[in-house]
Ligand binder design. Structure first.
Ligand code: UDP
Ligand code: MG
Length: 318
C-alpha cells in the first residue's frame, strides 16, 4: 500500500486538479493507495473541497488540524497517520507533479528506502531563486553531515524511514535535514519544478526564514564555534594592540602622524567592535537557547480537530 501525504493551506482552486492528477497517476500503478490531505487550518473552501472529494473516493483521508501549524508540522501529522508501506510526500500546489510518483515508486521497488525528488529547475521568481540558492549554499557549508541540496520534502519514504522520522520528537523540524540524518539507502530522482498552479505562495518570507534558521541551527554547532573563534581572534588582536600601543606610548612615538587628539578614534573603534562581536555571540547563543526552550516544553507538535476517513485518531507526536 502506498500513502500520499499532502499538506493543504488555502488551496481551493487547485484541489480538484490535484486530486484528478493523483487519481490518474495512481491508477497506472495497480496498488492499494491512500491520499492523506492534511488541512492545515485553511480559511477558504479547501476543507469543503477535500470533504467533497473524500465522499466520492474512499482512498482519500482528510486530517483536519486545529489551526494553521505550518508546512513541516502538517507533513509530520500526515506521516504519523499514513499506513502505507511507502509514503510519498508532496506539496498541494502542483509544484510537485503527481506524474513523478510512478518514478519514485519504481526507485523504491528497486530497493531504495528514501527516494528524493530533486528539482532540475525552479519555476519561481528570480529573487526567490537567489534566496533559495544562498540558503542551500550556506546550509551545505555549516551542516555537519551532507544534506542534499535543491530538494524539499517531495519524495518517498519507506515504512522504516517514516517510523524513524516519526520517532524524532523535536519541535523545530526541518524535515529534509531529518530525512538526511536518519540515513537508509537513498536515491535522487530528477524532475522539473513548475511554478504553482494557482494562488500565491502560502509560505511568506518570514516563514521561509524561520525554516532556514531551523535548518542551520538544528543541524550544526558551527555558528557557536564561529562566535568562539571571533572571540579568540578579537582577544589575540587586542593583546597585540595592547603591547604595541603601550610600547609606542612609553617610547613617545606617535602613531598615525603624531599625538593630536590622542586615543579618541582607537577607543571608539574598539568599543564598537567589541560591542558588535559580543552581540553577535549573544544572538547566536540565543538561537540555540530558544530552541532548547522549545524542546524542554515538550508540547505536542499539533492538535487534530477531526479525521475524515478510516484511520485511528492520534494527537501530536510523543
Ligand atoms: N502549506 C501548509 N501550511 C502552511 C503553509 C503552506 O500546509 O502554513 C502547504 C501549502 O498548501 C502547499 C505546501 O504547504 O501545499 C507548500 O506551500 P507553498 O507552496 O506556499 O511553499 P513553497 O512552495 O514556497 O515551499
Ligand atoms: Mg509552492
Amino acid at each position: 500500500m502506498i500513502s500520499i501525504v499532502i499538506p493543504i493551506y488555502n488551496e481551493e482552486e487547485i484541489i480538484p486538479t490535484l486530486i484528478d492528477e493523483i487519481e490518474q497517476s495512481m491508477a497506472g500503478l495497480e496498488t492499494e493507495w491512500e491520499a492523506l490531505f492534511v488541512d492545515d487550518g485553511s480559511v477558504d473552501g479547501s476543507l469543503a473541497a477535500l470533504l467533497h472529494a473524500q465522499s466520492r473516493n474512499p482512498n482519500i483521508v482528510v486530517i483536519e488540524l486545529s489551526r494553521n501549524w505550518g508546512h513541516q508540522t502538517a507533513i509530520s501529522a500526515g506521516l504519523e497517520h499514513a499506513r502505507g508501506d511507502a509514503v510519498v510526500v508532496m506539496d498541494g500546489d502542483l509544484q510537485d507533479p503527481p506524474a513523478v510518483i510512478p518514478a519514485l515508486v519504481s526507485a523504491w521497488k528497486s530497493g531504495f528506502q528514501v527516494v528524493i525528488a530533486e528539482r532540475g529547475k525552479r519555476g519561481e521568481g528570480l529573487f526567490r531563486r537567489i534566496c533559495f540558492r544562498c540558503f542551500y549554499r550556506l546550509l551545505g557549508w555549516v551542516s555537519d553531515f551532507p544534506i542534499p541540496l535543491n530538494a524539499g520534502m517531495f519524495g518517498l519514504l519507506d515504512r522504516q524511514a517514516v517510523d524513524a522520522i516519526t520517532l524524532l520528537s523535536e519541535t523545530n523540524r526541518y524535515l529534509p535535514g531529518l530525512r538526511a540524518w536518519i540515513g537508509f539507502p537513498t536515491k535522487i530522482v530528477m524532475y522539473d519544478r513548475s511554478s504553482r498552479a494557482a494562488g500565491e505562495p502560502k509560505q511568506h518570507f518570514g516563514r521561509l526564514f524561520r525554516y532556514a534558521f531551523d535548518a542551520i541551527f538544528s543541524f550544526s554547532y558551527k555558528p557557536l564555534r564561529f562566535s568562539l573563534f571571533m572571540g579568540v581572534a578579537t582577544a589575540i588582536f587586542s593583546m597585540i594592540a595592547a603591547v604595541v600601543l603601550t610600547t609606542f606610548r612609553i617610547m613617545g612615538v606617535g602613531i598615525f602622524g603624531g599625538p593630536v587628539v590622542v586615543g579618541y578614534t582607537s577607543t571608539l573603534v574598539s568599543i564598537l567592535f567589541l560591542g558588535g562581536v559580543q552581540l553577535i555571540g549573544i544572538g547566536i547563543l540565543g538561537e540555540y537557547l530558544g530552541r532548547v526552550f522549545d524542546e524542554v516544553k515538550r508540547r505536542p507538535l499539533y492538535f487534530i480537530r477531526r479525521v475524515h476517513g478510516g484511520v485511528e485518531r492520534r494527537t501530536g507526536l510523543r
